[in-house]
Design a protein around this ligand. Structure first.
Ligand code: PLP
Length: 387
């Protein structure tokens, strides 16, 4: 059996609907900022319990727009070091300095790691829901931000439909940013979305995404905007996928429960289990390898002998180690260093079968046993370290 690490799913009836709707926009010529984009925004906002949503051409641009809208120029923004390049790059593009912070065992910033990095110049905190998990520290982080008058921004690129205690990703801070890049649990080809309850942020976002124009029909520029618009063609694909979001999450959650159960009894690997109150979307299923197991050897054997591909790590190299962030990457990040080096992402996708998940578990067991035989010692003492 071959199991891919990740896969995007389009049902036949959805492909038919997409092609039909694409034909209508080709006929009318309304190829951008039209009724599909507006419908996508309205449906996405209501699916996330937010008042407003603004569609953009990427998750990167939606992050930059939020940061420009709240006004961080010349200030600092705290960013976890274990995130995608774009989280920190958006801070730079918005005229601010990213300040990297360490994380806790949940792969997210904690109130303590944020507090360590506060300075009089801190304007905002960027919380990233890695793999789709919303940290149980979220309420404490909200309180800390309020106390220090910092704006909380969520990079929810991994967290479509994730919730904690019934509240959806993107609605915990001033605004949340989503990505529809094709690896994500729902895609529009390329694209992004801003959600917010704040009318001022929404109005600024509308201006920024369309070249900083005062309004759509004028050519009067009041902000240093850009072409960050989403086309109707992308919005159509996004709408079709949004209709499946709940179904996709339910399917992934079924697979995650099988992994939780199977990995709970396995030596050498520890699953990262959602804490009570959390209901992630399982963009990724994270687990942590024991110290004695080499991740490259583990991945190679799993792929070559068992046909099981793991999906990409989130993330393999923390941002403070990338040459492009050398000037701002100072500090100690022990938890992020360890988790970035030791975690893996098991295959998970929205039409994965239970048989595939069982096969992955069986394969993991064999791979761990063969690595142990080959002398890739497994340290039993570290089992149960990360939950
Ligand atoms: C955490 C995170 N932030 C931001 C982005 C940027 O999104 P996009 O690729 O849509 O620009 C991504 C996705 O690729 C991401 O994973």
């Amino acid at each position: 059996m071959n199991v891919p690490g990740a896969k995007i799913v389009f049902f036949e009836e959805d492909k038919d609907w997409i092609l039909k709707e694409v034909r209508t926009v080709l006929d009318t010529g309304q190829l951008t900022l039209g009724r599909h984009g507006r419908a996508f925004e309205e449906d996405f906002a209501s699916a996330h319990g937010a008042r407003y949503a603004v569609a953009t051409n990427s998750g990167t641009s939606s992050l930059e727009i939020i940061l420009r809208a709240i006004g961080v120029e010349g200030r600092e923004v705290i960013v976890p070091t274990n995130t995608f390049f774009a989280t920190a790059a958006a801070v730079v593009h918005a005229g601010a300095t990213p300040v990297f912070a360490d994380i806790g065992e949940t792969f997210a910033l904690t109130p303590e790691t944020i507090e360590e990095r506060l300075t009089p110049k801190t304007a905002a905190v960027m919380l990233v829901h890695i793999g789709g998990m919303i940290t149980p520290d979220i309420a404490a982080i909200q309180t800390l931000c309020r106390r220090h008058r910092l704006v909380l921004v969520e990079d929810a690129a991994h967290a479509h439909g994730s919730s904690r205690d019934g509240r959806l990703a993107g609605t915990f801070g001033a605004a949340g940013s989503f990505s529809f890049y094709p690896t994500k649990i729902m895609t529009s080809g390329e694209g992004g979305m801003i959600v917010t309850d704040d009318e001022a942020i929404r109005n600024e976002a509308l201006i920024y995404r369309d070249q900083g124009k005062k309004d759509f029909s004028s050519n009067f520029h009041v902000r240093m905007g850009y072409n960050w618009r989403m086309s109707e063609l992308h919005a159509i694909v996004g709408l079709a996928q949004l209709k499946r979001l709940k179904q996709f999450i339910a399917a992934r959650t079924r697979i995650a429960r099988i992994y939780d159960e199977g990995l709970g009894r396995m030596e050498g690997i520890t699953p990262v289990i959602e804490s009570a109150g959390g209901a992630g979307c399982y963009y990724k299923y994270l687990a942590v390898l024991d110290d004695g197991i080499s991740r490259p050897a583990f991945k190679k054997l799993l792929r070559e002998k068992y046909g099981v591909a793991l999906s990409g790590e989130v993330y393999e190299t923390p941002l403070h180690r990338h040459p492009v962030f050398e000037a701002v990457g100072k500090g100690a990040f022990p938890v992020a260093e360890r988790l970035c080096a030791r975690h893996i992402c098991l295959p998970i996708f929205s039409d994965m079968t239970e048989a595939q998940a069982e096969y992955v578990l069986e394969s993991l067991k064999h791979v761990i046993a063969s690595l142990a035989e080959r002398g890739e010692a497994i340290s039993m003492t570290t089992i149960g370290g990360v939950r």
